[in-house]
Design a protein around this ligand. Structure first.
Ligand SMILES: Cc1cc2nc3c(=O)[nH]c(=O)nc-3n(C[C@H](O)[C@H](O)[C@H](O)COP(=O)(O)OP(=O)(O)OC[C@H]3O[C@@H](n4cnc5c(N)ncnc54)[C@H](O)[C@@H]3O)c2cc1C
Length: 305
């Protein structure tokens, strides 16, 4: 049986949960569908020091606070792994692995996942030395030598965490850093960090577990570094496969939305990291969620009038 709501929110990260809180204050019905644990990306962040009101807080702790606050207000996400979305007339059909939902308005808040590099050995050694989350897996590499591939702010944050745990960290940066001065300064303060700009990862090798990486250095020479862990953290990709061709995306697959978070499809809104924007942070994701819910509420009221 199809379950009908005024607004369906997909994703229970900070963007989807904020949208849920704002939606709850209206007279409309709504649901948040989440395929994993509520909290999203926050659950894998070692520490946050730029969220107003929290001077330094582990990501999972902040996630628990946001989920608990939402729950106090009656906003409790339900399990649902969204597989497809269709627009039929003036409503949407949202198919999960369990049920089908009908919605007058839809808020997409499905965030991003880390890009893979596609080099030999990456797939083979995933979970056996290759990890996309230093915060989650860094502890396995305590006192060992590891490699991190990346140059953006998130990679540098993860590098700082690894540097505090590991014996030696090779940071292969294919491009100049795109990070804050403060993060770069902290990273460079660790004597066990070796930064190699212009380096390109060619292959990951080992036996049962990762044992080495082969890298092309800036001068074109190839060198093998013995490491126990590899963290390919070159960037993020959007989680929008289930939308097929429904919503307008930019070249990188992020959803294009106006300042009210409306896409060009009437009734379809976007919020958080999934949006085509410059700054992907907790506060901007939360702000998007509030704006998207407010616009979705106005849209549904106009539809019903
Ligand atoms: C390593 C790292 C460090 C960071 N550090 C900071 C920091 O210090 N400060 C800061 O402000 N920001 C930081 N960020 C950025 C911040 O985490 C994100 O901007 C924010 O969490 C995005 O929230 P979101 O709700 O848009 O997406 P997410 O938190 O990614 O939530 C999306 C949710 O959608 C769900 N979902 C996806 N697809 C489906 C589907 N098909 N069906 C159902 N559910 C689905 C996912 O399971 C997930 O729970 C960091 C990010 C990373 C990766």
């Amino acid at each position: 049986m199809v379950k009908a709501y005024d607004v369906v929110i997909i994703g229970a990260g900070i963007a989807g949960l904020t949208a849920g809180i704002y939606l709850k204050r209206s007279s409309l019905s709504g649901i948040i569908l989440e395929k994993a644990a509520p909290g999203g990306r926050l659950l894998n962040i070692h520490a946050i020091d730029n969220y107003p009101s929290e001077s330094l807080i582990p990501g999972p702790e902040l996630a628990a606070k946001i989920v608990a606050h939402a729950s106090e207000l009656g906003v409790v996400p339900e399990y649902g792994n969204v597989q497809g979305v269709q627009k039929q007339g003036d409503h949407f059909l949202v198919a999960t692995d369990m049920e089908t939902y009908e919605a007058k308005a839809l808020i997409i808040a499905t965030g991003t996942t880390t890009k893979t590099l596609g080099v030999p050995g990456e797939k083979e050694y995933a979970g056996r030395g290759v990890s996309y989350c230093a915060t989650c897996d860094g502890n396995f590499f305590k006192g060992k030598d590891v490699a991190l591939i990346g140059y953006k702010d998130r990679a540098i944050e993860e590098a700082i965490y690894l540097a505090s745990l590991c014996h030696h960290l090779y940071l292969f940066a294919p491009q100049p850093f795109e990070t804050t001065e403060a993060h770069e300064k902290t990273l460079r303060s660790f004597p066990n960090v070796e930064i190699l700009f212009g380096a390109k990862l060619l292959a990951i090798s080992g036996n049962k577990l990762v044992e080495a990486v082969k890298v092309q250095l800036q001068d074109g020479t190839e060198k093998t570094y013995p490491v126990a862990g590899v963290f390919p953290l070159t960037g993020e990709k959007s989680s929008t496969d289930f939308l097929a061709g429904l919503a307008p995306k930019n070249n990188a697959g992020f959803l294009v939305a106006d300042p009210q978070m409306a896409t060009s499809i009437p009734g379809l809104f976007a919020a958080g990291d999934i949006v085509d924007k410059k700054l992907r942070q907790l506060v901007t994701a939360s702000s998007d969620g509030a704006l998207a819910a407010t616009a979705a509420i106005a849209y549904v009221h106009a539809l019903k009038a």
